[in-house]
Design a protein around this ligand. Structure first.
Ligand SMILES: [Zn+2]
Length: 408
């Protein structure tokens, strides 16, 4: 690779065709004058490339540029497009530090931790902008389409949460909530005829952004707009049956009702059971009796016996706020908990997809020990990760390359 790098270098450095006259227009409106050939080292997949390029300097703005850098797509942090792409792929999956180590070990490419961070976040920010503009549909519209929403806290740097209310003992916040929308299909059936998620059908879109708008505002919230974009790309509303799954958070059902009034709303059974288990542990502690009690409640939930479920909680409501909270939860969501009816219609009621989405997209990358994010940095890496995990990165990269090529 070293020999290939020297050959490429010699060939590029022998070619002076990037010297295109004494003056070139500068983006500032002034005129940039030819200022000789300038040297710079770029990191390529072949290792370092030492390139001499024609440099144009502008008196008016004191800026300068090399036409060749633009032509070859070398404008991002001294990295060639090949290395930039490798860097982004690594940064989507593991920490910036681990990315730097992996690039060195697997590809013999030297990209510092700081460079990985800057390049990963810059490309992630590009992807986030691209996602807003990308209306093209992808994948087949299945007879039944599922859409899940969820939220999870991302650990923030102190200045990003200053003055915000949160869950800490003193009322302060350490995290901001990333909200995620997941769309998938489940046309496959298992041996018992139950709907099973179709492999490869999941796409994600997520960001730290608000799901709330003023009642008087005709505008959708930023997150509702995100949900709508994703739904349009997947043809969610074109399906004969649309299903929205979520936990009990009001913003999820408000968003669902506002955007998809025709959709069947289902309370994710995974979350419902989490609530019951929390109540059971509060009442009985970690005992055998408690485990049996919780199992009986699970069975009532699965069988749709919400009345006896509520009654069992009611017996403890006077002493345990958790039991009272659970009764409210069941009452508020009762129409979304008709599991036997949903199962008769062959609908998924607890796929773990939504829960797993939060873990896969946000948790495993952004919630690791010692990580503290800015909103801007977190949203860039979330966008990068969603694009990778949803199989959209290739298309993005193609559009980017075409665009850069046309601009050059
Ligand atoms: Zn200028």
């Amino acid at each position: 690779m070293g020999i290939a790098a020297r050959a490429l270098e010699q060939r590029l450095n022998a070619d002076n065709s990037d010297h295109v006259g004494a003056e070139l227009p500068c983006p500032c409106g002034g005129a940039a004058r030819y200022h000789g050939r300038h040297h710079k080292t770029f990191e390529s997949v072949l290792g370092p490339l030492h390139l001499q390029r024609a440099y144009y300097h502008c008196e008016q703005c004191q800026g300068g540029f090399c036409p060749r850098d633009r032509a070859l797509g070398l404008e991002t942090f001294s990295l060639t497009p090949g290395v930039l792409r490798m860097t982004a792929s690594a940064a989507a999956l593991v920490s910036f530090e681990e990315s730097s180590g992996l690039l060195h070990e697997l590809a013999g490419v030297e990209v510092s931790t700081k460079q990985v961070e800057r390049a990963g976040e810059a490309l992630g920010a590009e992807i986030a902008v691209d996602e807003h503009q990308q209306a093209e549909t992808m994948g087949e519209v299945a007879p039944t389409m599922y859409l899940g929403m969820d939220g999870t806290g991302v650990p923030m740097r102190a200045q990003e949460v200053a003055g915000r209310a949160g869950k800490q003992a003193d009322g302060s916040a350490k995290t901001r909530e990333a909200k995620i929308v997941t769309i998938w299909t489940a046309e496959a059936r298992d041996a018992e005829g139950k709907a099973v998620r179709d492999p490869g059908s999941i796409t994600y879109s997520a960001a730290i952004e608000s799901a709330a708008t003023l009642d008087t505002s005709p505008e959708l919230s930023p997150f509702a707009t995100r949900v709508l974009r994703e739904a349009n790309r997947r043809g969610f509303s074109e399906a004969a049956r649309c299903v929205v799954l979520g936990d009990g958070s009001p913003w999820i059902w408000n968003t669902a009702t506002e955007l998809f009034p025709q959709a069947t709303q289902i309370l994710d059974r995974f979350h419902a059971k989490e609530h019951l288990s929390k109540a059971g542990k509060a009442i009985y502690g970690d005992s055998t009796e408690g485990k049996q009690w919780i199992q009986s409640r699970y069975d009532e939930l699965d069988d749709g016996h919400l009345k006896s479920l509520a009654q069992a909680l009611h017996d403890h409501a006077r002493l345990y706020p958790e039991a009272r909270e659970c009764i409210h939860y069941i009452w508020n969501n009762r129409r979304r908990m008709q599991y036997p009816k949903f199962h008769q219609q062959s609908l998924c009621t607890s796929t773990g997809v939504v829960e797993a989405g939060c873990k896969v997209v946000i948790g495993t990358r952004l919630k690791r020990a010692g990580m503290h994010w800015t909103v801007k940095g977190a949203n860039a890496i979330i966008a990068l990760r969603c694009s990778k995990l949803s199989g959209r990165f290739e298309d993005f990269w193609e559009r980017r390359s075409e665009h850069k090529h046309a601009a050059a």
